[in-house]
Ligand binder design. Structure first.
Ligand code: ADP
Ligand code: MG
Length: 739
């Protein structure tokens, strides 16, 4: 612990200031306040664009006073002073009202430049601030004696706005702190060689310039250092975690020459893609090591991740271990169970049949909703080692599930699966098992490097040969109402030619909010607002009712599928669709990931604007699988030009998942990338932006790798090690631990 960093703030800035900072910012230490960086800097010479001010948020702005008038209130005693301010850009004016205020009345006269702090409200179409705090810029004590040219260039730091304390009040305490703190005693987490290479500012100067810059270059230089420092600390934490993981001892599961895997490869009806072979080789090698594999497999929808995982599982079974495959939904677990047994053919042994040849593996399914007897049997088979491959949902995580010798965990479609769950499964093996995580959606490199930074990454970027293209159309019912009927006659044509159709709806019934199982990707934030008056969204039950009456589909066997159905009904429905008895499936996003019915060629997504980009991409990946070209119709009732239609256009314009996920992330907030969906916590990154700072993250990752490789315990990097501990709050630490 660095003494100066941990020192109570009151020791440096006095009790009053320290109390104010603690009360409003929750910061109590010297280090806490020094690391409370300005969110941005505004130029003393520039006025804030009024039209760009957000509502209902604490803001700090600079404006010029246009007029100042005071009137008596009619209903009550007292007066109101109205101060009209402008940004000189013609983007609008802001009315600032003070009640019974004497000073603003005299101070805020026309022509004055003033910095205000408060919450912007909108009243009867005009923007306003009520009783804001303000500071007269031409009376700022900072500027006394500064020459005018220098003054115009001097940035004003703006701290993250909070009700109750102005940005300049924070700044004043920070200035006092900079004057009294022992800056030379602060630790420097950056190795000297790196600072020299990057020409970074030394710590004391960096703190001074980030809080009290004299020009834009000052704060940029300071920010560069702290941003890189943040990246290095994070990447070092991840590198250390990787090193620790690989220092653990695992059971090596070496390939055998004439086992299940060899037999499986001989009977494969297709050749592996180059990517599948390469990844397969990597996995085979890593499973043979006596430390745990920790690998992330990213792959485009339909790139054939399952086969890759299955081959790894067979290698483990050959070596005498068990493998568990964890799927996010029951539908998907059941589907995997069916398709893996089908793919294995004679190599799969069913627990109930038994007695088949030796060169076969028992595949068991374990879900929460199975009949008790079957469930008991599956539990027994997992515990006794009879089951070589156990496929399941989160039910696999419950305490009563034990394995005889769990050697490999495969987590499919990671984005729906919490880290806690991965962790719970890991705890089921006596030695750390090997781990393979597969993502349903390709993720940008920098996200992989941060969110999954403690896993090694492999990518499958090519689709198996003979994969038919998917054509995607946006069907705008607002401009072409007649297309509504065309969708169903088009479906009919598809069914007539022997194929099948998916229809996806955002809701289950008329009065529910959709079908989002915990951990499932929710629609983008912002998507649920701003569509104007509430519109009736397509629901599974309403659409099924409608389609039963739809002349174009008369006689077509169709069925609903959604998360609230009885599990037995769900699997029956899915089985009937897989067997090509049900021709048209009306469902929620339960089919979003993994479902693999080759005969399905048309995907109709109703109210498609309700879904996020990667969800749409996933959904569309359900068709075009069996060598038959696929079509995806993104149906929307939004007007052309509505912002939410941009997403649909993006999805229609490319089938490149990497490109789309980049686009998707651009439309989301940072917190959602590192946040709840992935880590269970919020992003605590201050200066680093995962999407913007790819080069910094990549360089820091490289540096971190070198540092940790040379010094795994970071014994020679005490300040860095401390910064890691400091940086990782308990929540975040837990997230890394679980890798
Ligand atoms: P995803 O990566 O989206 O999970 P899957 O593993 O479900 O993709 O594979 C999609 C389909 O492609 C499956 O039906 C699978 O059998 C098939 N497939 C996988 N690899 C190949 C290959 N090398 N050649 C032809 N088809 C393949
Ligand atoms: Mg899959």
């Amino acid at each position: 612990m660095n003494v100066e960093m941990e020192l109570g703030l009151e020791r440096r800035v006095g009790k009053r200031s320290a109390n104010a900072i603690e009360k409003h910012l929750g910061i109590t230490t010297v280090g806490g306040l020094l690391n409370h960086f300005p969110r941005k800097y505004i130029n003393r010479g520039d006025l804030t664009r009024i039209s760009e001010l957000p509502f209902d948020e604490e803001v700090t702005l600079i404006a010029r006073v246009v007029s100042n008038s005071t009137r008596q209130m009619r209903q009550r005693k007292g007066s109101i002073t109205d101060v009209l301010v402008t940004d000189d850009a013609g983007s609008g004016t802001l009315k600032i009202s003070f009640f019974n205020a004497r000073l603003p009345r005299v101070e805020l006269h026309a022509g004055r430049r003033v910095m205000f702090s408060g919450k912007v409200t909108r009243y009867q179409g005009s923007l306003g601030l009520t009783n804001p705090n303000y500071q007269l810029l031409d009376k700022d004590p900072d500027i006394a004696g500064t020459d005018p040219e220098k003054l115009a260039a001097m940035p004003i730091p703006i701290y993250p706005a909070t009700a109750g304390i102005t940005s300049w009040a924070i700044h004043n305490v920070v200035k006092a702190l900079l004057a009294t703190a022992d800056l030379d005693a602060l630790p420097d987490p950056l190795p000297a060689a790196i600072s020299a290479r990057q020409k970074f500012l030394p710590v004391p100067e960096a703190y001074r310039l980030i809080h009290t810059p004299e020009n834009a270059q000052d704060w940029r230089k300071a920010r560069d250092r702290f941003r890189y420092q943040e990246a290095l600390v994070l990447q070092s934490a991840l590198a250390r975690r990787r090193a620790q993981l690989s220092a653990e001892e695992a059971t090596a599961r070496r390939p055998v020459t004439d086992g299940l895997l060899a037999a499986f490869d001989r009977q494969l009806p297709f050749t592996l893609t180059a990517g599948q072979s390469a990844v397969g080789k990597t996995l085979a090698e890593e499973l043979s090591q006596n430390w745990p594999m920790n690998r992330l497999l990213q792959g485009e929808v339909g790139s054939g991740k399952t086969i890759v995982a299955l081959r790894a599982m067979l290698q483990v079974v050959d070596a005498g271990g068990q493998a568990a495959l964890l799927a996010p939904t029951e539908v998907l677990a059941a589907q995997h169970f069916e398709s893996i047994r089908r793919t294995l053919g004679p190599l799969a042994r069913d627990g109930l049949l038994g007695g088949l040849g030796d060169n076969a593996v028992q595949v068991s399914l374990l879900t929460g909703s199975m009949p008790t007897a079957a469930r008991k049997q599956a539990l027994l088979d997992a515990a006794s080692g009879t089951a070589g491959i156990v496929i399941g949902t989160h039910a696999l995580l419950s305490d009563n599930v034990t394995f005889f010798d769990l050697g490999l965990i495969v987590v499919d479609e990671q984005h729906r699966f919490g880290v806690e769950q991965r962790d719970a499964l890991r705890a089921k093996a006596s030695k750390p098992p090997h781990l393979l995580v597969m993502t349903a959606t390709p993720i940008p490199r920098t996200v992989a490097m941060t969110v999954f930074g403690d896993l090694e990454t492999s990518v499958l970027d090519e689709l198996p040969a003979g994969r038919a293209p998917i054509t995607t159309h946006v069907v705008g019912l607002a401009e072409n109402p007649a297309w509504a009927a065309r969708i169903w006659s088009r479906s009919r044509e598809e069914i007539e030619s022997g194929h099948q159709v998916y229809v996806v709806c955002p809701k289950i019934g008329a009065d529910d909010d959709g079908d989002f199982t915990p951990g499932e990707a929710e629609p983008d934030p912002g998507e649920l607002e701003g569509d104007g008056p509430a519109r009736e969204l397509a629901s599974v039950t309403a659409v099924v009712d409608h389609l039963k009456e739809e002349p174009a589909l008369s006689g077509v066997p169709l069925a609903p599928l959604h998360g609230r159905q009885d599990p037995v009904l769900k699997s029956e429905t899915m089985a009937s669709f897989t067997a090509n008895q049900t021709k048209l499936l009306v469902s929620t996003t339960v089919i979003e990931v993994g479902v693999d019915v080759h005969n399905a060629t048309l995907m109709v997504i109703l109210d498609a604007d309700r879904f996020g980009i990667s969800q749409l991409h996933q959904l569309r990946g359900r068709v075009g699988r069996g060598g038959l070209p696929g079509t995806c119709l993104l149906v929307t009732t939004l007007e052309p030009g509505h912002p939410s239609r941009r997403r649909l256009d993006a999805v229609a314009s490319t089938t490149d998942g990497f490109e789309l996920s980049q686009e998707d992330l651009k439309l989301r907030r940072e917190g959602d990338i590192l946040g709840a969906s992935q880590s269970g916590g919020r992003s605590t990154l201050k200066l680093l932006r995962v999407l913007e700072h790819e080069d910094i993250i990549a360089r820091a990752r490289q540096d971190a790798q070198q540092i940790v490789a040379a010094d795994p315990g970071l014994a020679g990097h005490a300040a860095l090690a401390e910064a890691i501990d400091e940086y990782l709050n308990p929540e975040k630490e837990a997230f890394l631990e679980r890798g």
